[in-house]
Design a protein. Structure first.
Lengths: 255, 242
């Protein structure tokens, strides 16, 4: 494992704590009682076949999906149905989506400025400065005034990453950030995420990019049918999978 | 121009002008009401609440099914009684003018159409737009105002332009409740001078001018709402400047 830029915070409290989290869609159990702890500064990769519940899991963390049972604690805040609590958690957690979800009627810069202006009370000039800094960080400062439709998929996803960073979140969630991209654009997006990984922010990334997982992840989690089947450090996970299900999955994707 | 002196003509044309102004005011007021009410209702009907959905169905089937003229009459002749029933003594003292009845009736009727358009446009927006806003902790009110509705307006614009043109053409109905609008003025002038062609054609020209102005406005609005929608031009050797 590579050396970290910042040592993880030694506070006993985890960045994210999930206890017996259950999510149902009708009779189907998308999450069948998941336990997971993520340390501060940890970089976690979640993989698994489609429908295994991995996206549902991270979407429960910022309450885009409401869990039906169990406990979710984010940065010490227990997630409840209270709107204030949900907003508090969302302030701490940035999310990057598979389909970017940029606002098409706003420029790259405006996409990045909207939330900080509302939630952090920044003036227009301050928000613009912040947004430009983060667009710079994803190497898109020169595209700031363009509308999303004028950008390539890879550029759009990098704007989406910058937009999430503008809230200066302590936790970043990535929901299959490269799955909707053309192959030639995957690298530029993963490159940006790898640079972020070195900054010490807590990260959970749902991805099938196993090379990326090996380079970046402190720990990998394999999910299937709404459960965590296996977890381990990146090296052991790929070279010596214990469960039959993970071996089968790896054989499928590495074919 | 046989038996019409120039002075008379000028006088009647001035009345036509005043009528046109009233028509325009009536139209703008009722469109604004229809738009605001329609957007609110359109957003509200997305609620999962059964009572709200049922109320919407009743409202839509009444006002989309009943002729606007009937609604105008109902409000003009029955409005005072309705207000009295709702507000008691105070309501009974409110006098309903033809203009007020017209604005209320056209506003309420066309709000149903606007609501339908807005509702359809919201349902066609990708869910990710809502999720993107929610994940950024953007409060719901601002999410609607800054993220969702601007996109909804773009999607609903062609339909809204239709509603706009339709409403413009329905405004003369209010003259039947006694409003001295453009068509009422034309009718008086035509009757008094026995020159129906001059005044009715002049009136038609005013409506054509209104709708030409509407078209121009709609195009400007479309350009504005479409910003950001054009994809990057495909580079081709023939159009190197792109």
């Amino acid at each position: 494992m590579s050396a970290r830029a910042h040592a993880p915070d030694l506070a006993p409290e985890p960045a994210i704590l999930l206890e017996q989290v259950v999510k149902r869609y009708g009779a189907h159990r998308a999450l069948a009682g998941v336990d997971l702890q993520v340390r501060r500064g940890e970089r976690l990769v979640i993989c698994g076949p489609s429908g295994s519940g991995k996206s549902t899991l991270i979407r429960c963390i910022n309450a885009l999906e409401r869990h039906d049972a169990g406990r979710i604690v984010v940065n010490g805040i227990a997630l409840t149905n209270d709107e204030g609590t949900v907003q508090d958690i969302r302030q701490e957690v940035g999310m990057v989506f598979q389909h970017f979800n940029l606002f098409p009627h706003l420029t790259a810069l405006e996409n990045c400025m909207l939330a900080p202006r509302l939630n952090r009370g920044l003036s227009k000039a301050q928000a613009e400065k912040l947004a430009m800094a983060h667009l710079e960080r994803v190497h898109l400062a020169d595209q700031a005034r363009k509308y999303p439709a004028r950008l390539s998929g890879g550029q759009q996803q990098r704007v989406a990453i910058a937009r999430a960073l503008c809230m200066e979140p302590r936790i970043l969630l990535f929901d299959e950030p490269t799955s909707a991209l053309d192959p030639e654009m995957v690298k530029e997006v993963l490159g940006v995420i790898e640079e972020l990984a070195a900054s010490g922010v807590t990260m959970i990334c749902v991805t099938h990019e196993m090379g990326f997982a090996r380079r970046v992840a402190d720990r990998c989690v394999f999910m299937d049918r709404g459960e965590i089947v296996e977890e381990g450090d990146a090296a052991g996970f790929f070279e010596a999978p214990e469960s039959e299900r993970l071996r089968h999955f790896l054989a499928q994707i590495l074919r | 121009m046989t038996n019409l002196s120039l002075a008379d003509l000028a006088g009647y044309l001035r009345q036509l002008g005043e009528g046109a102004l009233i028509t325009l005011e009536l139209f703008l007021a009722s469109f604004t009401l229809a738009f605001v009410l329609g957007v609110l209702i359109g957003v509200a009907t997305l609620s999962r609440n059964r009572i709200i959905r049922a109320a919407w169905r009743v409202y839509a089937s009444i006002f989309m099914g009943v002729p606007s003229l009937l609604v105008i009459f109902l409000i003009f002749y029955g409005g005072s009684a309705m207000l009295a029933a709702v507000l008691g003594e105070f309501g009974a003292r409110i006098d309903i003018s033809p203009f007020g009845a017209g604005v209320a009736a056209l506003g309420i009727v066309y709000a149903a159409y606007v609501a339908e358009l807005v509702r359809g446009a919201i349902e066609n927006l990708p869910k990710g737009q809502f999720e993107g806003a929610r994940a950024l902790a953007i409060p719901p009110f601002i999410m609607w105002g800054r993220v969702i509705l601007p996109q909804v307006m773009r999607l609903a614009l062609p339909g809204l332009v239709n509603v706009w043109s339709f409403m413009l053409k329905e405004t003369p109905l209010v003259s039947l409740a006694g409003l001295q609008d453009l068509v009422a003025a034309a009718k008086i002038a035509a009757g008094a001078t026995k020159e129906p062609f001059i005044f009715f054609i002049a009136t038609a020209l005013v409506f054509i001018a209104f709708s030409a102005a509407s078209l121009w406005l709609a195009n400007r609005l479309e350009t504005r709402l479409d910003r950001g929608q054009r994809r990057a031009p495909v580079r081709s050797p023939a159009r190197a400047e792109a």
